[in-house]
Design a protein around this ligand. Structure first.
Ligand SMILES: [Fe+2]
Length: 369
């Protein structure tokens, strides 16, 4: 077995240091003097955006774009693409959570593409190469989007959630600054952290995992299992651990892909509008029961090397971080479509155990019970 993925795609540069976000514009000057900074509302409210943009290099011109919030929609990507075409920056920086990074990644990637974003979100449509370099500065520790070639987009009109990916979407520069996590609401720390943990776990057991990606996944699993609850409880020291671990989990799954939990989480998330990490966590027990016959050794290894019981750990977090079950007693009106979307997902295709429509049907019964 090859140690490496068939193609290894990493950010050109990653800076991991408290306060590093304040050097964003200085670092970005390497890509040109005309920049677009995409951000969320909380960054503006906290005054952090102003601090980051306070002292740009001479002759640098900056524009900003505030993401309205929520998971990025194909319409929001179209709007930002139009802005980028009109003003043509040399680089795009995303400072925010996974939604902000995915929005900027998709818009910078598709800026010159001829079709509307929804066209590329549909299966089979070829994605053109990214036209603008992306700088990613995460302000939550979870999605790992700063270290992936993937942008997850929703289409509310079609109740459809599907990622687009291209090798050129890997950010050129990543800044991991734990100071940005200050003020992150506990509920976001909880759901983002669950996402990071489950991404680390699914990339660890994926059928496309390699020794290289498994090492990254395992580092992330061990670190998140120690750091998530302290960060939720307000320990600033855990912020750096969670940021670095989410980044490693992102690198791992960008190469190894994920599994059935993410295959289910996208169509379920598009219908129930619950936080992605929570949806993943609620799908985990049933998916784990299904996969256990083929991943027993992996589970034993994590227990032996890190004292980590994956199912018990997630259950303990759901309890300690008081996260409700968005699925209890719910019904899915279009169950056949949901099953089709789960089976069509690249995540499901990477699941360690092959999945049939009957399997998904039975697992949905368990999740919605
Ligand atoms: Fe995820």
């Amino acid at each position: 077995m090859s140690l490496l993925p068939p193609t290894l795609l990493l950010p050109q540069q990653t800076i991991s240091k408290t306060g590093a976000a304040l050097g964003l514009t200085q670092s970005a000057a390497a890509f040109g003097l005309k920049g677009m900074v995409v951000h969320g509302q909380s960054l503006q409210r906290s005054g952090m955006l102003e601090a980051i943009l306070a002292d740009p290099p001479a002759d640098m011109t900056l524009r900003t774009w505030c993401h309205a919030g929520g998971e990025p929609t194909v319409g929001q990507v179209d709007a930002l693409r139009a802005e980028l075409r009109a003003n043509r920056p040399d680089w795009v920086a995303a400072v925010g959570g996974g939604s902000v990074i995915d929005l900027a990644k998709a818009a910078a990637g598709l800026v010159d593409a001829p079709e509307r974003t929804a066209h590329y979100q549909t299966h089979g449509a070829a994605i053109p190469s990214a036209a603008l370099p992306l700088i990613a500065v995460p302000s939550t520790a979870g999605t790992g989007s700063e270290a992936t070639v993937v942008a997850v987009l929703t289409d509310p009109e079609r109740n459809f959630k599907q990622s687009i990916r291209h090798p050129s979407y890997m950010p050129k520069l990543v800044i991991l600054d734990p100071a940005l996590l200050k003020g992150c609401p506990p509920s976001t720390i909880a759901t983002a952290g669950l996402d990071a943990f489950i991404q680390a776990f699914e990339s660890y057991t994926s059928r496309h995992a390699t020794p290289f990606t498994r090492a990254l996944s395992e580092l992330a699993l061990a670190r998140i299992s120690r750091a998530l609850l302290p960060l939720y409880q307000g320990s600033g020291d855990a912020a750096s651990d969670m940021l670095e671990a989410s980044y490693l989990a992102g690198l791992a799954f960008s190469h190894a892909r994920l599994g059935l939990i993410h295959g289910l989480a996208h169509p379920l998330g598009a219908r129930f509008h619950a936080a992605h990490g929570l949806v993943c966590a609620r799908c985990l027990p049933a998916a784990l029961t299904f996969n256990r016959p083929v991943i027993r050794q992996d589970l034993d290894d994590l227990k032996a090397r890190h004292g980590l019981d994956v199912e018990a750990q997630v259950a303990a977090w759901l309890d300690a971080m008081t996260l409700d079950n968005p699925f209890a007693g719910q019904r899915v009106a279009d169950r056949d479509a949901l099953i089709r979307e789960t089976l069509a997902s690249g995540s499901t295709a990477a699941n360690p155990r092959p999945v049939t429509a009957d399997d998904v049907d039975a697992i949905l019964d368990a999740i919605l019970a």
